[in-house]
Ligand binder design. Structure first.
Ligand SMILES: *Cc1c(COP(=O)(O)O)cnc(C)c1O
Length: 472
């Protein structure tokens, strides 16, 4: 045994035992809330940490200090990895932050479905096994004008199922201007390959003509496909073939025309002064046989992929064994159904659908909110030697919806004299370390906190978290 370890052993004797710590009143409370296994394990870890830091030069930690670190361990282990955060990035549908947040009525529907057995795949009239797609089929057909509908895990899955069912070992013609990559490894050419379909690219990045499609059609062609350029825009000398024309060409040759709409809002956003985004109803009217879109982008619901269109094609998709692998769970179906219900009352939609409420907030309202939060933010920033101002900014929709459109908004903007104060990255890190982490955006040597997505009822919570840091 080296002398070092002998010294360490001697010092360890100053530390209390797990049994001794278990006698404390704190531990009695913890035993009740966390249980015996968790509590003793946390105490052991706290002691282990203390041992590792023991040296001849430092005093061993007091019992109170040991209990404090055990409590930190317990709390950390009990907290969810899906931490709630303040999304102040200015991106309303932020994929990394979970995209759409759900309406209260939708959350209640999810809780109901979670709490009790429900008629998920059960036809109550006949007393027989039913089809889970029935939960949303009628609503989807009503809201899109489609003959039939089916739902899967997300839009990537919808596109995959569509291609695998209708174009396995066949060719799919797509314009080069539409070979999009969506963040998180969704690339049209890759999905196509995995689904067993052969991509036939036509036209150029900026211009594709009807004759490009026509010349590419062969005996092996299964589909003509359009993909919504959701996260980029091609401007300048451009040409795309209108959907009605692509549809006519496909049908003339006995082929199917499908469209991946990406976001696909169910209602014309222009009625609230927002930019136009194509709807599935429009796409079907223009001649698409099948249309796919996401549930958690502009639609404002849970993660899901929705396919609507011709009944014979939908039935084929449903018979593919992959449909079983990609199906939705009851919680998601409950959320989707309740979200779709909101669209039956479009006048109330901006109040009821959280995504639309956030998108339609006026910049005046957001400026007023900035003024209310400013004092507590200044208080938080003073010791960090950073200044806070209120400045106009622009929010974006995110998740590949309306990529070049911006919504006028307002932000708390934090600037710092890096030589004297904490650097921007450090400040950003401090905000992320709050009990409810604040996520902002660094640009132009400043930290921007766009308040568009801060709900009024969260203001007091944010203020108190910013103030509390000062007193501790
Ligand atoms: C977002 C998007 C997808 C992927 O949808 P998820 O629901 O995220 O799987 C596919 N295609 C387009 C055009 C998109 O915009």
């Amino acid at each position: 045994m080296t002398s070092e370890t002998t010294v360490a052993r001697a010092l360890w004797r100053h530390l209390p035992s797990v049994d001794r710590l278990l006698q404390s009143t704190e531990c009695l409370n913890w035993l009740a809330s966390y249980g015996h296994t968790e509590t003793t394990q946390a105490l052991r870890r706290a002691l282990e940490q203390a041992r590792q830091h023991l040296t001849e030069l430092t005093l061993p930690p007091s019992e109170a200090e040991l209990l404090k670190s055990a409590h930190t361990i317990l709390q950390k282990r009990a907290s969810s990895q899906l931490r709630a955060v303040f999304n102040l990035t200015g991106t309303v549908l932020h994929t990394n932050l979970g995209r759409a947040t759900l309406a209260e009525s939708v959350i209640e529907a999810v809780a109901r479905a979670a709490r009790s057995p429900c008629a998920l795949e059960y036809a109550l009239d006949e007393g027989e096994r039913g089809d889970r797609d029935e939960v949303v089929r009628e609503l989807l057909c009503e809201l899109t004008g489609a003959e039939a509908a089916t739902v899967v895990n997300n839009n990537a899955a919808a596109v995959f199922l569509l291609l695998n069912t209708l174009a396995n070992r066949k060719e799919v013609i797509v314009s080069r201007g539409e070979l999009v990559e969506i963040g998180g490894a969704f690339r049209v050419p890759d999905i196509m390959k995995r689904a067993g379909a052969k991509l036939v690219e036509v036209g150029c990045t900026n211009r594709t003509h009807a004759k490009d499609y026509r010349e590419a059609i062969s005996k092996r062609t299964a589909l003509l496909m359009k993909v919504h350029a959701s996260n980029y825009a091609i401007q300048g000398f451009t040409h795309t073939v209108p959907n009605t024309e692509v549809a006519a060409m496909a049908h003339e040759h006995g082929l199917t025309f499908v469209e991946d709409l990406g976001s696909g809002t169910l209602i014309d956003l222009e009625r609230w002064g927002l930019p136009h985004e194509p709807t599935p109803r429009e796409a079907l009217k223009a001649g698409a046989d099948l249309v796919s879109f996401s549930g958690d982008k502009l639609l404002g619901g849970p993660q899901a992929g929705i396919l609507v269109g011709r009944n014979d094609l939908i039935q084929k998709l449903k018979k593919n064994p992959l449909k079983r692998a990609l199906r939705l769970g009851k919680l998601t179906l409950a959320a989707l159904e309740a979200t779709l219900h909101l669209y039956r009352n479009p006048e109330a939609l901006p109040q009821q659908l959280e995504t639309l409420r956030l998108l339609t907030r006026s910049s005046d309202e957001i400026v007023a909110q900035c003024r209310r939060i400013l004092p507590s933010m200044q208080c938080f920033m003073t010791p960090l030697d950073a200044q806070v101002t209120i400045e106009p900014c622009s929010s974006q929709l995110g998740s590949g919806s309306l990529p070049i459109e911006r919504l006028p908004s307002a932000a708390l903007v934090i600037r710092t004299n890096a030589k004297r104060g904490a650097g921007l990255n450090q400040i950003e890190k401090r905000l992320r370390a709050l009990p409810t982490p604040v996520i902002g955006r660094i640009a132009e040597r400043a930290l921007w906190l766009d308040l568009r997505c801060l709900r009024p009822e969260q203001e007091a919570d944010l203020q108190s978290q910013l103030m509390q840091v000062q007193t501790t």
